[in-house]
Design a protein around this ligand. Structure first.
Ligand code: GLA
Length: 415
C-alpha cells in the first residue's frame, strides 16, 4: 500500500513564478503583476449562508495565482496552467449572464464574471487584459477553488482599473473588501450560474492570517477571531475524498430552494429570522422541509456556540470536548437532515473519529469534496493511514490530505 498523499501549498514565490511562466508562454511577454487569493476551509456554519446564518471560515495556504497585464483595447485573453484548453478569447462588451448571448462557461466564467460584475457598477469603459492562472487549490475539493480564482482577479482589477476597494491585506476585514466580495458573488451567481451564498468569496477576500472570520451572512458583517490551533496543541487535517462535486449541478440549488420555500411558508425573510423552532416544525407539513429547517436552525446555534468557545480561550480541556461535540453534530445533521454527505465523506469522518480526532465533519457544499478533523500532531499519521486504508478496503480512489493553518487573504504578490 502506498503512503498517504499530502497536497502541500506552493510557497508564494513559486506560485508567482508559475503564473508568470504560464503568462510568458501563452502571450510572449512579461505580466505587469501577480495577484493571488486563497481557498477556504469552513470550520462550522455549513449550508446556512444563503439562509442568513453565521459561518466561521479560515483562509487556506493554498492559493490561486494570477499574472495579469492590462491591454489597450477591450479584449480579454485568459489561460490556465491547470486546463488543457488553449487561450480563451473574449471581449468585455460581449460578456453576459448565464443563458444570455454573452454566456461563458468553465473556469473562464469565474474570471469573465468578475470583470462583468465590476463593470456593471463602475461603467463599461475599462481596458481589457491578458491573464494567466496557476492554482494549487484542489479543484472540486469543496475548498473554494472557484472563489480563489474570482478573488484573485477581483483584487487585480481593483488595482489595475483604479477602483481602490481592497486596501491593505493586513487588515482585510473592512467595508471595501466586503463590497469587492459582492462582485465576486455576482460573478459566480450570474455569470458562472451557481447560486451560492457568499461564504467563499468573503472568506477569500477577508480572512486574516492566524484568525477565523466570524461572518454574519444577514449583512456580511464580520469580525476576526484569533484561531491559533498550534498554541492549543491541535492541527486541522483536511481529507479530500477526490469525489468531485459541482455547485452548478442541481443538488445544491435544490437544497437552497427547500430553504427558500420553508422561509416563505413560515413567513420569514430568511430562516435565520425564525425564533420559535418548535412552532416552525409544527407549521411545516413536509417531512423533508422539516428536516432541512432543523439542520439550518441547529447549525446556526452550533456556529454561535463555537464562536463563543473561541472567544472564551484556548481549545483545551472541557472546551475541546464541546468543540468536538459541535463539529460531530454538524456532520451528523448535514448527513441525516440536510442530506448533502456521501459515503466517502462519512467513512472519512467515522474513521477519523474512531482514531481519536477531536471532532470531524464534512466541509463546503458536500456531495463529495472534503471533510476535516481536529487532531493532535501525535495522531495525524494514524488518522491518515486509517482513512487511506478504509478507502482502499472499499476499492475507492485514494483520498488526499492537507494540513491547514489559518492563512492570509487575497493580495498583490509582487510589487
Ligand atoms: C458552497 C457555497 C457556499 C456555501 C457552502 C455550504 O461552498 O459556495 O456559499 O453555501 O457551499 O456551506
Amino acid at each position: 500500500m502506498s503512503a498517504p498523499l499530502f497536497v502541500r501549498a506552493a510557497v508564494p514565490t513559486d506560485g508567482v513564478q508559475h503564473a508568470r511562466e504560464t503568462f510568458r508562454q501563452a502571450f510572449g511577454s512579461d505580466a505587469t503583476g501577480v495577484w493571488s487569493a486563497p481557498g477556504r476551509l469552513n470550520i462550522i456554519g455549513e449550508h446556512v449562508d444563503y439562509s442568513g446564518g453565521p459561518c466561521l471560515p479560515i483562509a487556506l495556504p493554498h492559493r490561486a495565482y494570477l499574472a495579469l497585464s492590462a491591454r489597450t483595447d477591450r479584449k480579454i485573453r485568459l489561460v490556465s496552467a491547470q486546463s488543457q484548453a488553449a487561450v480563451t478569447l473574449l471581449d468585455l462588451d460581449d460578456i453576459g449572464p448565464k443563458r444570455s448571448a454573452g454566456e461563458v462557461s468553465g473556469w473562464s466564467a469565474y474570471l469573465a464574471g468578475v470583470a462583468w460584475a465590476l463593470e456593471e457598477e463602475y461603467g463599461r469603459d475599462h481596458p481589457g487584459f491578458d491573464a494567466a492562472l496557476w492554482s494549487c487549490v484542489p479543484q472540486g475539493g469543496g475548498l473554494s477553488s472557484s472563489a480563489a480564482i474570482e478573488c484573485s482577479l477581483a483584487v487585480a482589477l481593483d488595482e489595475v482599473w483604479g477602483i481602490g476597494l481592497a486596501g491593505s491585506s493586513a487588515s482585510p476585514n473592512g467595508p471595501g473588501r466586503t463590497h469587492l466580495a459582492h462582485f465576486a458573488i455576482r460573478a459566480e451567481n450570474e455569470v458562472a450560474g451557481a447560486r451560492t451564498g457568499g461564504l467563499d468569496q468573503n472568506a477569500s477576500l477577508r480572512c486574516r492570517q492566524g484568525h477565523a472570520l466570524a461572518l454574519d451572512c444577514r449583512d456580511f458583517s464580520a469580525r476576526d477571531v484569533p484561531f491559533d490551533l498550534a498554541a492549543d496543541g491541535l492541527e486541522i487535517l483536511i481529507i479530500d475524498t477526490q469525489v468531485s462535486h459541482s455547485l452548478a449541478d442541481g443538488h445544491y440549488a435544490a437544497r437552497r430552494a427547500d430553504c427558500e420555500e420553508a422561509a416563505r411558508i413560515l413567513g420569514v425573510h430568511q430562516l435565520v429570522d425564525v425564533d420559535d423552532v418548535e412552532a416552525a416544525m409544527r407549521a411545516l407539513d413536509s417531512q423533508r422541509l422539516r428536516r432541512r429547517v432543523r439542520h439550518v436552525l441547529s447549525e446556526i446555534a452550533r456556529t454561535r456556540a463555537f464562536g463563543d468557545l473561541l472567544d472564551a480561550g484556548a481549545l483545551t480541556g472541557t472546551r475541546r470536548d464541546v468543540a468536538r461535540l459541535l463539529l460531530d453534530d454538524s456532520h451528523d445533521s448535514l448527513r441525516d437532515d440536510f442530506e448533502v454527505s456521501c459515503p466517502q465523506l462519512d467513512v472519512a469522518v467515522d474513521t477519523a473519529r474512531a482514531v481519536g480526532a477531536y471532532g470531524s465533519r464534512m466541509t463546503g457544499g458536500g456531495f463529495g469534496g472534503s471533510a476535516f478533523a481536529l487532531v493532535t500532531p501525535e495522531i495525524t499519521q494514524s488518522v491518515t493511514r486509517a482513512v487511506a486504508d478504509a478507502y482502499d478496503a472499499r476499492g475507492w480512489h485514494s483520498p488526499r490530505f492537507i494540513q491547514a493553518r489559518p492563512s492570509g487573504p487575497a493580495a498583490r504578490e509582487d510589487e
